[in-house]
Design a protein around this ligand. Structure first.
Ligand code: AMP
Ligand code: ZN
Length: 494
């Protein structure tokens, strides 16, 4: 269904700083690239917020019937500390500390990232390319940049000449930084560097002897600069000019600025039509971050094991909490805010469940179609999830009035209301029903115990009393009591 034909999306473009009508390059299809994680530690809730912000965009575009190719990379090489310019490679550092192969570090935290995203019910991207899998493409870009006159080699490393680029392009247009200001701020650093100018950034780095992750290149055995992988992979899978590029706000400079410079210098065109930046999740008013330790891990949230949290919260409640803020607003994480979200979440799902017991009786229709469109309007307005959720709460009030007999509804409207609630709660917001009435764990427990009772009966029939007693006793130990009666065996929770 091409719902998108009836909906007019606007996206806030960080490049123009305006909300612009969204017109994809190819009708009905969207290409979206989002910078993925650097896999040397567990993702924290801040990282999750950014990835969930783009999951919402992905889900909504799909819901509207767009064919979306969503590319999100894994940074598993070439990302040095200090914005990729100097210092240690964090993956190698972690490998030394944990006494692992660098690729073991990468694997461990990639798996953690995938498991976390699955717990949040985030959809996997269409392509998830790795930096190490695209060294060839990155070397080709460096060669191209040298040919174009924007890359220069020094002692086996290659740098991007920002001053040269700025002569015929505008460097700094995304972040709003002026090259002249940057030059005065960093002049004193220039002397110790191989770079012509401190603003130049690495395209290829010659590896020091102790650097394990290294590849041959025309310049040296080394590794690619951090910004290069996103240019290489977005171009390869989405083309030289594509629709949407996303990432966290902190990637605007230097990462995305450098991506723009590389792509424009290579391909002579602007790579991205809509730049989207998700704002930060804070803890105690400060940005959650890996390096400062000011963060909460998803695992700590689900288990309640963190000083900042009084108790556990489900992934869906945490996600709902995040979506109650717009992706471009800063959001502070706190126990109180999560508890408030949990109440709202339960109210919403309780109302959703009660829809199935409402009998349609009205003759004339209510304004469900208008309400439905206002849900779309919210999402069309730069993916405004808090307004969408406010609209779902409006519906909750109406459903409760229906339940209490204070309002009536036609069969058609009831169907439209149910279908719309379902679409937005599950398809668009990607929530999972973890409320008591939606919880299937009782049914699952019932099924599992019935199976154990059956196995126990078989054991008894075979005179294998060791097994039948073991089943009874160990169930008793975990608080499940079996009772043998004339109609068979039943159980109770003790
Ligand atoms: P990294 O693995 O450090 O490259 O981060 C992965 C993604 O998480 C990037 O898009 C960052 O911008 C984003 N990010 C990092 N910290 C936060 C935060 N506190 N809140 C929201 N997003 C964040
Ligand atoms: Zn990137």
């Amino acid at each position: 269904m091409s719902l998108y034909k009836d909906q007019a999306i606007k996206i806030y473009n960080s490049l123009t700083k305006e909300k612009e009508p969204f017109n994809p390059i190819h009708e009905g299809a969207v290409g979206m690239y989002v910078c993925g994680p650097t896999v040397y530690s567990n993702v924290h809730m801040g990282n999750c917020r950014t990835f969930l912000s783009f999951d919402l965009v992905f889900r909504y575009l799909k819901h509207l019937g767009f064919k979306v190719r969503y590319v999100r990379n894994i940074t598993d090489a070439g990302h040095l500390e200090n914005d990729g310019e100097s210092g240690d490679d964090p993956i190698l550092k972690k490998a030394r500390i944990e006494q692992l192969e660098p690729m073991e570090v990468v694997q461990k935290y990639t798996v953690d990232f995938h498991e976390t995203m699955a717990k949040f019910n985030a959809l996997p991207p269409s392509i998830e390319p790795t930096a190490t899998g695209h060294i060839y493409e990155q070397i080709a870009i460096v060669e191209n940049l040298i040919t174009e006159g924007y890359g220069y080699e020094k002692n086996g490393s290659v740098y991007f000449d920002v001053i040269k680029f700025n002569e015929d392009h505008a460097y700094g247009k995304l972040s709003g930084r002026k090259l002249e200001d940057m030059i005065t701020n960093t002049r004193e650093l220039a002397a110790q560097s191989e770079k012509k100018n401190p603003q130049d950034f690495a395209l290829w780095k010659k590896a020091e002897p102790q650097h394990i992750m290294r590849w041959p290149s025309p310049w040296s055995e080394g590794f690619p600069g951090w910004h290069l992988e996103c240019t290489a992979m977005s171009t390869k899978y989405l083309g030289e000019n594509f629709d949407i590029h996303g990432g966290g706000m902190d990637l605007k400079f230097p990462h995305h600025e450098c991506e723009i410079a590389q792509a424009e210098a290579c391909n002579h065109k602007s790579p991205v039509n809509y730049w989207m930046h998700a704002n930060m999740l804070t803890l105690n008013g400060k940005k959650m971050s890996k390096s400062t330790g000011n963060n909460i891990l998803p695992g700590e949230l689900f288990s309640g094991k963190n000083n900042a949290l009084g108790r556990t919260f489900t992934p869906s409640v945490a996600k709902f909490f995040m979506y109650q803020a717009h992706y471009r607003s800063i959001l502070d994480f706190s126990n109180e805010a999560l508890e408030a979200s949990e109440k709202g979440f339960n109210r919403l799902f309780d109302a959703y469940h009660s829809l199935s017991s409402i009998e349609p009786s009205a003759k004339s229709s209510s304004s469900i179609s208008e309400w439905k469109q206002s849900c779309y309007d919210a999402m069309n307005d730069d993916f405004n999830s808090p307004i969408l959720i406010a609209q779902l709460f409006e519906a909750t009030k109406f459903i409760n009035a229906l339940k209490d007999g204070n309002a009536t509804i036609t069969r058609e409207d009831l169907e439209e209301l149910s279908a719309t609630m379902k679409a937005f709660l599950f398809d668009v917001l990607g929530l999972e029903d973890t409320t008591a009435s939606g919880d299937k764990s009782v049914e699952k427990l019932d099924g599992a115990i019935s199976l154990l009772i059956e196995l126990r009966n078989q054991a008894r029939a075979n005179k294998d009393f060791a097994t039948s007693d073991k089943i009874r006793d160990e169930l008793q130990e975990v608080g499940i009591q079996l009772k043998d009666g004339k109609d068979g065996t039943t159980y109770s929770l003790v």
